[in-house]
Design a protein around this ligand. Structure first.
Ligand SMILES: Nc1ncnc2c1ncn2[C@@H]1O[C@H](COP(=O)(O)OP(=O)(O)OP(=O)(O)O)[C@@H](O)[C@H]1O
Length: 604
């Protein structure tokens, strides 16, 4: 780049001293002289000189040249190894009684210092580079077609799979794993025909035998390959996906190479680095630990094999509602109201909403439609995601707290709002019950007629709704919008089955799963706590409550974990509340992974 600087001394160019300019790469002083010359030319208003002056006086160019000079010097003066000198010095100072000598001896014999010096010596002597064996004397005549590839194994797998052409017996490279040894060498590609491995002809061999030769070779492996002339370039940009299903390659008989496969669970974030094969993609799990990718089934492969429950585990068809307190079973949602049932998915409430008591947990387990998996949300095995940072002028993301009934979702939500009512707020619910004394329209509730409520139900305006003592209660999308519109953060505590309903581009919900602590801590921390068994009666937690809370919590996590953005253990209340504040702060102000569809629709 430096050699191509426009310094030619043509009549139309400024009269820059060329002999100085050509030497500048090795002399930082020269560049100063060039700058001065050009500076003069600028004052004489010579065309183009201004640009050149700016370029040559740029600090980054000076820094680059400095680095360049250091490197040139380093090439000339090879640093000496220090370790032998340090050992001699410590030997000399060891018998010396002075405190300085003892300190120096201590320093020189410390393992960290020795490791540092040893690393220095390795770098100084450049003895980290692999030594490749000389090329074979007899190179094949058809040099054009044959490629000799020498790889140093380095305790890593080769990062390539092979296949045999059953008709010809020829062995080909089937797949090169992104980031693996073969990929990093840049010398082996899918479709290359392997002729020899370490001098052994491989044509006609069983692929397992070829693999054995490869695994048994230590140090360097010498391949003779005929390169694939029709190589497709796989310079793909990584795509990020959230797994919506569980996958285990060991239980998948269709995977071409189980050893190269990667297992994942719902909710895992995957960096898909190669989608050239329509059936098997290459991916890494994030946060990225491994340098090389592994095989995962493509979305279409997973969809095709959807029925094979043994390795694509659909979210459990389990019910996550908590059974009612024995003393509250008389109050139920009215299943005879066919109109409401038909038009909206039947929705539930948290017990702390105090408006709807559920029918028997065990009875509803087989029948409740509200808790069966939402088909559209589960239709795709991967959800493409993108890092999203909320722009300050946009509404806050909806904060959704979910968890088993009794785990403390409502308590945490109320604490948060009390802590900072100007920042956090809950949506005001709607009800058909008459307004009581001291209540205000739109403060405690939006008091509406039954007709209006049912109209809203029919128009899917409620996230959740239910009935208690003949009155309807519900949380509407509009009341959530109302909070967000005023610049506040809207905190909702909803049933887990409402998550897919709330996952919209507009609300961009950040879902926090509230999890119980260890069994011991749960019983210890809730020793003096009470739960509500009907609208008015509180009683202490029983052992049965704890067992049920833990079971329901496990079920919710198993079924909905792919939607959780964060998991918070509600151990000590104070601590949990602080952690919640910090998670919410991150959700609103730091980049987070969200479905790419929430952004795409926005741009359309
Ligand atoms: N970390 C905690 N330590 C001690 N007690 C707690 C803690 N978290 C919640 N509690 C108590 O547990 C009881 C149940 O909490 P809360 O009403 O918030 O449950 P919930 O998850 O909202 O369930 P539901 O919606 O069914 O009421 C309350 O008495 C609450 O004070």
């Amino acid at each position: 780049c430096l050699h191509s600087l426009p310094l030619a001394n043509s009549p139309s160019q400024p009269s820059v001293n060329i002999s100085r300019a050509t030497k500048m790469v090795s002399d930082i002083g020269t560049i100063r002289l060039v700058v001065e010359d050009i500076g003069e030319a600028v004052t004489r208003n010579i065309n183009g000189a201004q640009i050149l002056h700016e370029l040559l006086s740029a600090p980054w160019l000076h820094a680059l040249l400095k680095i360049y000079e250091c490197l040139i010097q380093f090439q000339k003066i090879k640093p000496n190894p220090f370790l032998p000198y340090a050992s001699g010095l410590s030997y000399e100072v060891a018998p010396h009684p002075s405190p300085e000598a003892r300190e120096l001896f201590g320093l020189l014999s410390s393992p960290h210092m020795q490791a540092l010096l040893s690393s220095h010596d390795s770098v100084a002597q450049a003895d980290y580079l692999p030594v490749l064996p000389p090329l074979p004397d007899e190179l094949p005549e058809d040099e054009e077609a044959m490629r000799i590839v020498c790889l140093v194994k380095n305790n890593q797998p080769l990062g390539a799979t092979i296949r045999r052409d059953e008709e010809t017996g020829e062995i080909y490279i089937a797949r090169v794993i992104h980031g693996g040894l073969a990929d990093r060498s840049g010398l082996l590609h899918p479709g290359d025909l392997i002729v020899e491995v370490n001098g052994n002809p491989v044509v006609g061999l069983d692929p397992a035998k070829v693999i054995r030769i490869l695994t048994n070779s230590t140090g360097t492996i010498l391949f003779k390959v005929i390169p694939n002339s029709t190589q497709a370039s796989s310079n793909q940009k990584p795509v990020y996906m959230r797994a919506m299903v569980d996958y285990c390659p060991r239980r998948d008989s269709s995977i071409p190479c189980p050893d190269a496969g990667m297992s994942f669970s719902r909710g895992d974030l995957l960096e898909v680095v190669d989608q050239t094969d329509a059936q098997w993609w290459q991916a890494r799990k994030l946060p990225c630990g491994a340098s090389f990718a592994r095989l995962i089934p493509s979305a279409s492969t997973l969809k095709r094999c959807k029925q094979r429950e043994h390795w694509w585990c659909q979210p459990l068809h389990t019910h996550t509602c908590m059974r009612p307190r024995k003393d509250s079973s008389k109050i139920t949602y009215d299943p005879t109201n066919k109109h409401m049932n038909r038009t909206v998915p039947s929705a539930g409430f948290r017990r702390s909403f105090h408006v709807w008591k559920r029918t028997s947990y065990k009875r509803r387990r087989q029948s409740c439609s509200s808790c069966s998996p939402n088909s559209s949300a589960l239709a795709t095995p991967y959800e493409e995601v993108v890092l999203y940072q909320r722009p300050p002028q946009e509404n806050h993301r909806l904060i959704m707290l979910v968890g088993a009934s009794g785990v403390g979702v409502n308590k945490l939500r109320k604490r948060l709002i009390k802590l900072n009512p100007s920042t956090f707020q809950g949506p005001v619910p709607h009800t058909t019950r008459p307004m009581r004394e001291g209540e205000q329209m739109g403060r405690e509730y939006h008091f509406v007629t039954k007709e209006l409520f049912e109209y809203m139900v029919c128009n899917n305006r409620f996230v959740e709704y239910g009935e208690n003592k003949g009155h309807l209660y519900g949380t509407s999308f509009d009341s959530i919008d109302e909070v967000l519109k005023h610049g506040r953060m809207c905190i909702v505590d909803a049933e887990s089955h409402s998550i897919p309903l709330l996952r919209t581009r507009k609300l961009k919900p950040f879902v926090i799963f509230i999890k119980p602590p260890s069994p011991e801590r749960l019983r210890q921390t809730r020793r003096n706590a009470t739960i509500m068994v009907n609208d008015t009666v509180n009683r202490a937690f029983t052992e049965e409550d704890f067992v049920e809370l833990e079971e329901v919590s496990r079920l919710i996590e198993a079924k909905y974990k792919q939607f959780f953005d964060s998991i918070l253990v509600n151990d000590g209340l104070q601590d949990a509340c602080m952690k919640l504040c910090s998670v919410i702060h991150q959700a609103q102000n730091e980049p987070q992974w969200i479905p790419v569809s929430w952004i795409l629709q926005q741009e359309e």
